[in-house]
Ligand binder design. Structure first.
Ligand code: FAD
Length: 611
């Protein structure tokens, strides 16, 4: 049933993007209908119906919440997704994110929306940095080792709301495929115009109060994920604390379309002569729209700097001529400011924090949305494994261990960039200006020019779910199936269906070849033999690694003639690697499942593994 969302009683939706200010107009966003939730359709809901309890409730359908819900749906977990708004993006405000990194693109490929992103977005790998009129630094990400093996490009630029829209449609498709669940609800019950107003939790469940245009209701959840962005009300409800840094840096975005397009490269000016010596960013995104982002004085008035004539004057100064309406069409203008913070704990009992609700970074390096997507991907398989009874509750704690470490690292990295772009007077400014001076002439100083260290997958060193050989992300590399046709590592992860994936490389002894199927049954892990060219298949499930990329991305450096293994998680991270099918592998399985006792008992009882 759909209803008129203008019914009094549901206060109008505030902008919740959480940045100190963002405003603007010009993008038409889709609007989704409000549907009366089942809690409000029962004849006498509060008197006769026990509170409905769901395995997972996600609050906030931004890029993080939508990614999480889509990933949970792929793992077959029923989810309620609540959002106070009725659209993607932030209504009337900034398009915000534009730059999506390789790891995020790999996640989107696994979720089934990558092709749409690639078709709409712009691929780029070349970045150039200028100080004044001089180019001081250039890079081509395709030539950098960290990006070289994946089938996905280093980055795609696309407006954030497109990704969110694709995720909404993907969730609808997954719902259709899955059909109604046992309680008659869809796999992902995406409830627009449902604002969460309170949350409490005890040993039994979390209770969530929700306000809607049709009235208020309450539901319960075994697990709650807060994806409400950086103004999260949930933080206060659970008493979460954060480490913060607030700056006075101000920026103003002009999203524009040119008649004659500049080169498809990211250009950054640290001291732009056409912007009173302040920084400027310029890159292309979907629909032929260029994002030009101008650093403003700290006391800039948002209304003044975003006036059309003022924006046009800035553009004219940059392109050194009077740009007519036809030369340059302004699509959208958005002044913004940011802050930087990271919660001290990403888990409070049944409540997990993800995306901007867990951490807020300055936009330099494109780490905000990208890390929200990676938070969601990290948590989804763990929740699914626990809810499906494949892993122990203990595994969930590794979400905090891993993503909090990532959050702190991202905060540190983006704060360094912020200080480079807006140094404090004194030693910071001296260092920045000296670096720029040296970079004009010396290669070594170019490494110190910091206009944003672009988002790469974080390494987990603090996690109980990985050992010291694991904690690294693999890339989506090419492989060959047994029949010689081409495949990719993501296909294998999808095939593993939310289970751990054991890749055994090199010739296997007879005992080891027999141990793999037994291990698969006992420990609920998928096992695959990975053969180099010329090796013979000894296990039922096998692939060929003709170019050696699977071996490389698994960080196995032993000669091809030697046995080696890599244990991968559904998010593509390595739990551990090893060189013999021995007790270390068993320990790795225990770590990856958070089930030390169970796994050990299962394997001790039934499977003997050796070389
Ligand atoms: C100018 C700018 C440029 C950026 N560029 C990039 C970039 O290139 N790449 C990148 O990765 N990141 C970028 N970012 C950061 C990125 O936009 C954010 O990190 C990202 O939007 C966070 O997503 P989220 O889903 O966690 O939160 P949000 O996008 O803030 O979503 C939160 C959702 O929760 C809902 N909500 C809030 N409160 C409630 C409630 N009480 N009940 C129910 N629902 C609620 C809201 O309606 C909203 O839909 C940029 C940010 C800015 C400002």
């Amino acid at each position: 049933m759909t209803m008129d969302t203008s019914k009094p009683g549901f206060a109008s939706v505030a902008f919740t993007n959480g940045y100190e200010f963002t405003q603007g107009s010009g993008y038409a966003l889709p609007e989704y209908p409000f549907t009366v939730p089942p809690e409000l359709t029962a004849a006498e809901p509060s008197a006769t119906t026990a509170l409905r309890r769901y395995p997972v409730v996600v609050i906030g359908a931004g890029i993080t919440g939508l990614t999480l819900a889509a990933a949970l749906a792929q793992y077959g977990v029923q989810t309620v997704l609540l959002d106070e708004d009725n659209t993607v993006g932030v209504k009337g405000a900034s398009s915000r994110g534009i730059c999506y990194a390789q790891k995020t693109l790999e996640i989107f490929k696994r979720l089934g929306i990558y092709e749409r992103i690639a078709a709409k977005g712009i691929q780029w790998s070349v970045g150039r940095t200028f100080a004044g009129d001089d180019e001081v630094y250039a890079f081509d990400l395709r030539q950098q080792q960290t990006h070289s093996l994946s089938l996905e490009p280093p980055f795609i630029n696309i407006q954030q709301f497109y990704i969110e829209g694709y995720l909404v449609e993907r969730i609808m498709a997954l719902n259709t495929d899955a059909g109604p669940q046992a309680d008659g609800q869809p796999l992902v019950d995406l409830r627009w115009s449902n604002r969460v107003t309170a949350l409490s939790q005890d040993g039994e469940a979390a209770a969530i109060d929700v306000d809607t245009p049709a009235g208020a209701y309450r539901l319960q959840a075994a697990h709650v994920v807060d994806c409400t962005g950086s103004r999260s009300p949930v933080r206060e409800w659970v008493g979460a604390t954060a480490t913060r840094r607030r700056g006075d840096d101000r920026w103003c975005i002009a999203d524009v379309r040119f008649k004659d397009t500049p080169p498809v490269e990211r250009h950054t000016w640290i001291q732009a002569p056409f912007n009173e010596g302040r920084a400027v960013w310029q890159h292309l995104m979907g629909d032929g729209v260029w994002r030009i982002d101008y650093q403003m004085p700290p006391d800039a008035d948002p209304a003044e700097i975003s006036r059309e004539d003022v924006v046009r004057a800035r553009l004219n100064a940059q392109f050194r001529r009077e740009l007519s309406q036809e030369d340059c069409q302004i699509v959208w203008v958005g002044p913004y400011a940011y802050r930087s913070e990271c919660l001290n704990a990403f888990r409070h009992g049944r409540v997990f924090f993800a995306g901007d609700a867990a951490h807020v970074f300055s936009p330099f390096g494109a780490r905000g949305g990208n890390s929200g997507v990676q938070d969601a991907d990290n948590l989804a398989w763990k929740l699914a494994a626990v809810l499906h009874g494949r892993a122990a509750e203990a595994l969930l704690q590794s979400y905090h261990e891993e993503r909090h470490e990532a959050g702190l690292h991202n905060m540190l990295t983006t704060n360094r960039t912020t200080r480079f772009l807006r140094p404090a007077d004194g030693p910071e400014r001296l260092f920045r200006d000296a670096t720029l001076g040296l970079a004009r002439q010396h290669a070594f100083a170019r490494q110190l020019v910091n206009t944003g260290r672009m988002s790469t997958p974080n390494i987990y060193t603090q996690s109980n779910a990985c050992d010291e050989t694991g904690g690294h992300a693999t890339q989506n590399v090419r492989l060959a199936w047994a029949d010689g046709s081409q495949g990719e590592l993501l296909d294998l992860l999808r095939w593993a269906g939310g289970r751990l994936l054991l890749l055994a490389f090199g010739p296997l002894s007879e005992v080891a070849a027999q141990a793999l199927p037994a291990l698969a049954m006992d420990a609920d892990v998928r096992c695959v033999q990975v053969m180099a060219s010329g090796e013979r298949a000894q296990a039922a499930e096998h692939i060929r690694d003709v170019q050696g990329h699977v071996r490389s991305t698994c960080r196995l450096h032993a000669p091809e003639s030697d046995l080696a293994w890599a244990l991968l998680r559904p998010d593509g991270y390595l739990v551990a690697t090893g060189t013999a099918l021995d007790a270390r592998l068993i320990h790795a399985l225990e770590r990856g499942l958070g089930t030390r006792d169970t796994t050990r008992a299962m394997v001790r009882g039934q499977t003997r593994i050796d070389r």
